[in-house]
Design a binder for this molecule. Structure first.
Ligand code: HEM
Length: 309
């Protein structure tokens, strides 16, 4: 079955040079179906109308809903199986907070100015029912590096492996996906005070050439050891569309992780924050701080089409 044409198109594509992430909060707990349908219909036209100003910008807009957003907007549609409030995690001085967000919209394209225009129209389209609580502009830094200066995204699954990792392949929401969003701020000075060799131990890859460190030489606290999810020795992939955000004073990484089961990303987070049997948490967490955390469901394109009239 071709699942690719059942998804929202921004789900499977690589991160673009510019991205805008909007988080919206609903004003009420209940709306009339016709109000929601009219707004979704208006929303569905935005990427086309702004995108046609420059088709080489390849604008793609992806929308997702948290469990609270879903029950307010679509009370008559069954709640997707794994959609629930983001599970807050704490271990020693490390914390993954659970923060508000009913609707999440990701605007990707080659142009920051067009993303801005689209974001502006999206916010005014949703204004009757929701307020923006966060608007973050991310961008490509050098060769897809975060501001900790390591290439991010290398081990992402490609082609068929990607769609198999990300797209729900059964049931009423076939073509959908789950997304966890976390905004991380860098402790840049602390990070910069480390030697390159130590930083490479923290990430589990070389800095300059982005080569994976051999398994028998990897530190047990390496990010790529602690974040990797395996069941019975088989690796279960997710797709990360992370982008750095901010300026020289204050910056970090938007973690944007998609998977066909929310539990894959939740397991990864738990492994990272907890010391586990071997007594090591993910050392990257000593150099970044998570400020937000929300779980969303990315409905299949067909669901959005049917809901918008
Ligand atoms: C500040 C936040 C983060 C930064 C800067 C960051 C950065 C990186 C970098 C540089 C890599 C190595 C290159 C690559 O394969 O992409 C990586 C790999 C990875 N990250 Fe993160 N990451 C962050 C948060 C997270 C979170 C929250 C998760 C999971 C919930 C995660 C999951 C992964 C996974 C699964 C890999 C691939 C591991 C492998 O198979 O080698 N990352 N990350």
């Amino acid at each position: 079955m071709n699942l690719v044409n059942k998804t929202q198109e921004g789900l499977l594509s690589d991160p673009t040079p510019f991205v805008e992430y909007l988080t919206l909060e609903l004003k009420q707990d209940k709306y009339e179906v016709k109000t929601i349908s009219a707004i979704l219909n208006e929303f569905s036209k935005i990427s086309k109308s702004i995108g046609q100003k420059d088709t080489t910008a390849i604008m793609q807009i992806t929308i997702g809903f948290s469990s609270k957003g879903w029950s307010s907007l679509f009370p008559n549609k069954p709640m997707p199986e794994e959609l629930h409030p983001f599970i807050e995690l704490r271990s020693e001085d490390r914390h993954f907070p659970s923060t508000p967000g009913d609707i999440f919209i990701m605007v990707k394209s080659m142009r920051m100015d067009l993303n801005y225009q689209a974001a502006k129209y999206i916010l005014s389209t949703f204004k009757p029912i929701a307020n923006a609580i966060q608007d973050i502009q991310g961008y490509k830094y050098l060769d897809d590096r975060d501001f900790i200066d390591f290439v991010d995204g290398t081990e992402n699954p490609k082609s068929i492996e990607r769609s198999e990792a990300v797209i729900i392949d059964y049931g009423p929401y076939l073509g959908g996906s789950y997304l966890i969003v976390q905004q991380y701020f860098d402790k840049q000075e602390k990070w910069d005070s480390l030697t390159t060799e130590y930083q490479e131990g923290v990430i589990g890859r070389t800095k300059m050439d982005d080569i994976e460190i051999a398994e028998n030489k990897k530190k047990p606290y390496a990010h790529n050891v602690k974040s990797k999810v395996e069941i019975d020795g088989v690796e279960i992939k997710m797709l990360r569309q992370n982008r750095p955000f901010g300026n020289a004073m204050e910056h970090g990484t938007m973690f944007i992780g998609f998977a066909k089961a929310a539990s894959v990303i939740e397991t990864s987070l738990k492994q990272m924050i907890e010391s586990g049997e071997k007594g090591h948490h993910d050392k990257l967490l000593d150099f970044v701080t998570a400020k937000t955390g929300t779980l969303y469901f990315i409905p299949p394109q067909k669901f959005l089409d049917e809901m918008s009239v």
